[in-house]
Design a binder for this molecule. Structure first.
Ligand SMILES: [Zn+2]
Length: 359
């Protein structure tokens, strides 16, 4: 049965009637539609632009589709109706069009340097094998490749780029040649410089961004997914590493402390920013609202820009059209105006995914 929703539509800021006819949005009345919301603020379904359905709590790969489904439903039940999986050790293409799960933009496995990255998560390859690995993982995902651009190098005792600069640039080129976009994990200053200059499509975390690189990202349209929830864990990482790697520990703390300023500067420069939680492994699913609040409260992004970063702009970026004629029938309704008080996003009053009421 078709659904009907009436409320203040964002971002247009107009009271409108919307009908959801199957999995399509229409502004033409559909007879006999069931009204599922008649007031409040209506947004296109939220997006978690960086999470992992293939990594279980604790950091081990999931071992069944049902485990991945459970994680996806946790997000869905908070209003996250599309997500980008930023690297999965467990393939789950079967879930791409599953009716009760969020829409999926997926990378294949993380392409990572040998013997440095999280155990059992990445496909670990030396420089000579990077482009072939990228091509293979482009085929394993559905539009994205995930590169691990840096990690601790225990020989150096600090963060270091995953491979030499030419190899990292070739990895981006290989993703583009395969017809997909490339996302890169970076914490350090050196790796993010290589990757932004190589034309990577999205920087994940990006704690090492300088003002010059931020300007370049803005000019290129390179996206930033800050994952402020993840950066909050740097204190624990530094404490655990300090006995053996004090320089690394100090570096991580400095990156963490400077990060709200980095995100603020990126937003002010016009870098496209998206909401991502990095759920999976050490971070729980279902925290998109908390990431939104961190972007607002710590990085100073205006509430309406945070909403754009979590909803209509993120959907457009990933190719999931929102509340436009013919758009996809995903929406969330809030009882109060989230632009006035962003904390409202913690408690949607209605969630509709693919034209069906979730709650
Ligand atoms: Zn991640």
């Amino acid at each position: 049965m078709a659904l009907h929703v009436r409320g203040v539509l964002l971002p247009d800021d107009e009271v409108r009637d919307v009908w959801l006819d199957g999995d399509r949005v229409t502004f033409d009345p559909v007879p006999d539609a069931e009204t599922v919301a008649d007031s409040g603020f209506v947004l296109p379904g939220l997006v978690d632009a960086h999470c992992h359905l293939g990594i279980a709590r604790g950091g081990t790969p999931v071992t069944s589709l049902d485990q991945a489904r459970t994680l996806a439903r946790t997000d869905r039940d908070t209003g996250v109706l599309a997500l980008r999986d930023a690297g999965s050790p467990y393939p789950y293409p079967e879930l791409d069009d599953e009716p009760d799960l969020p829409r999926l933009a997926r990378a294949g496995r993380h392409v990572a340097p040998p013997k440095r990255y999280l155990r059992d998560i990445g496909l670990e390859v030396g420089a000579a094998e990077v482009t072939a690995a990228v091509t293979a993982q482009a085929a394993a995902g559905n539009g994205w490749v995930k590169l691990v651009g840096d990690w601790i190098d225990r020989g150096v005792g600090d963060l270091a780029p995953a491979w030499d600069a030419d190899t990292m640039a070739a990895a981006v080129a290989a993703a583009h040649a395969a017809g997909v976009r490339a996302a890169v994990h970076t914490f350090s200053e050196s790796a993010v410089e290589i990757m932004v200059k190589a034309g990577v499509d999205s920087v994940e975390h990006g704690t090492g961004l300088s003002p010059d690189l931020i300007d370049l990202m803005a000019r290129q349209g390179t996206a930033l997914v800050p994952t402020m929830i993840n950066i909050r864990t740097f204190g624990g990482i530094a404490a655990a590493a300090r006995p053996k790697f004090p320089g690394y520990a100090d570096h991580m703390l400095a990156l963490r402390d400077h990060f709200p300023e980095v995100v603020r500067a990126a937003h002010e420069a016009g870098v496209p920013i998206y909401v991502g939680t990095d759920a999976g492994g050490g971070i729980d699913h279902g925290l998109a609202a908390e990431e939104m609040l961190l972007l607002h409260e710590q990085a100073g992004m205006p509430a309406v820009d945070v909403l754009a970063a979590a909803s209509w702009r993120a959907r457009q970026w990933l190719g999931f059209p929102g509340l436009v004629e013919g758009g996809l029938a995903d929406l969330v309704v809030y009882p109060e105006d989230p632009r006035r008080d962003l904390r409202v996003v913690r408690a949607p009053s209605r969630i509709v995914l693919r034209g069906r009421v979730v709650r």
